[in-house]
Design a binder for this molecule. Structure first.
Ligand code: 13P
Length: 406
């Protein structure tokens, strides 16, 4: 599974003078187009899911498809929550499989932005997940005309950026230096001097939102001044819409499927153009060899119960499933009862963590502590508890998942 640590991925771009594209996807056509472009030009890629687009797809339903696409890919991928609006969304994204999250409180006054971002950083870092914060304000709405959302740009200042980084602990910073989300008339003026100073002061991968509409030369200068992640959506949306219009003009006769024909192809073409321009093309193998793979951990407990009957055990298990599955970093909670009557241990918990960092944060989480102290330990007799780091089957040259005790 070529899911890689997003912090490692962006530092590779930062250290080697290229930027990874974070392409917002709104449908399976976008997902397939983005991945096929990355495969075609051997580029690392970030699959981005923006909270502002949650009206257009069901986050819970699309994430398994995103993970299946990553599972099948041969290039390094990260899955990112774009413009997360709250701590709850960030937890939900991590528990659904995102291994990078953005919290966007850039429209709030600085102290509120810092407070909100710090809460997300504390939670996400305890799950091993890096965080992107935004400082300054990039107006506009992805996929729409910038003139319809003419909010004022607030530029990021060097002093605020330094203080924000120190106080929040974010891993990457989205800066406002003149870009706008959405479709613009004319070219935006970018403040490269400001970007250069922020980069010199911070020394961390910087992020540009509102990638659509910038010139080739502007992209090159952004990357030369520390930008390692470029967010891009409106141009993909426009390419897809243009294709639908062409299909209509050509008299598409087979209903919906005729109208959406070739969307994957046009999305892939635009994504690949960006990957080549931003220097990410051809970097996949290097990234795979030097970035940590993103691997889940299975927390396994086998146990017997004492002092309660089967119904009591089922009540305790049902409560545990409910409480434990909401803990940040918990992907899934499986519970089971032994098939064989003679089994030495009758019951099992199998809790899948998104990352090994969750072993500690889960153990200390108040929800787990209360459940374990109040309901589980008093009735759990003999038991065995082990955390298993999953091993990448591709790296093992096998198609079966192998587990190994840590
Ligand atoms: P554009 O839609 O202007 O490309 O911006 C995308 C973006 O910044 C997503 O966060």
């Amino acid at each position: 599974m070529p899911l890689v640590d997003m912090k490692d991925m962006l530092h590779h771009g930062y250290d080697n003078g290229y930027a990874v594209g974070a392409f917002d996807l709104v449908s399976l056509d976008f997902l397939e187009g983005i991945i096929s472009a990355a495969e075609h030009c051997r580029a690392p890629v970030i699959l981005s899911l923006a909270e502002s687009h949650f009206d257009y797809f069901d986050f819970e339903l699309i994430m398994p498809a995103v993970e299946a696409a990553v599972h099948r890919a041969t290039v390094p991928v990260a899955i990112h929550l774009d413009h997360g609006a709250s701590l709850d969304t960030a937890v939900r994204a991590i528990n659904l499989g995102c291994n990078g999250v953005m919290v966007d409180a850039s429209h709030e006054p600085m102290p509120d932005n810092i407070r909100c971002t710090r809460d997300v950083v504390n939670m996400a870092h305890a799950c091993g997940v890096p965080v992107e914060g935004e400082l300054g304000y990039v107006p506009g709405v992805e996929g729409e005309d910038a003139e319809r959302h003419p909010g004022e740009i607030t530029y990021t200042t060097v002093a605020e950026a330094r203080s924000y980084m120190e106080q929040t602990g974010v891993d990457f910073l989205a800066v406002s230096i003149g870009t706008v989300h959405g479709r613009m008339k004319g070219k935006p003026e970018l403040d490269f001097q400001r970007l250069k100073q922020i980069n010199e002061a911070l020394g961390v991968p910087l992020v540009i939102h509102g990638g659509t509409g910038l010139s080739d030369d502007q992209f090159r200068r952004l990357i030369a001044n520390g930008v390692a992640k470029i967010n891009y959506y409106t141009a993909l949306s426009d390419a897809a819409a243009k294709q639908i219009n062409e299909n209509t003009r050509a008299g598409a006769s087979s209903g919906f499927t005729g109208l959406v024909k070739n969307i994957r192809t046009v999305v892939a073409a635009e994504v690949e153009r960006c990957m080549r321009l931003w220097g990410a093309a051809g970097r996949a193998d290097e990234v795979l060899s030097c970035c940590r793979p993103w691997m889940p951990v299975e927390h396994l407990i086998i146990y017997n119960v004492e002092g309660i009957d089967k119904t009591g055990a089922e009540t305790m298990i049902a409560e545990g499933r409910q409480v434990l599955s909401t803990i940040p970093g918990v992907r899934e909670v499986f519970t089971g009862e032994a098939v064989q009557d003679a089994a030495k241990y009758r019951y099992t918990w199998l809790v899948r963590f998104c990352h090994s960092a969750v072993i500690d944060s889960y153990r200390e989480h108040p929800g787990h502590v209360t459940f374990a102290d109040r309901l589980f330990r008093p009735v759990a007799g003999e038991r065995i508890s082990i955390d298993y780091q999953m091993i990448d089957p591709v790296a093992c040259g096998s198609s079966n998942v192998v587990i190994q005790s840590t």
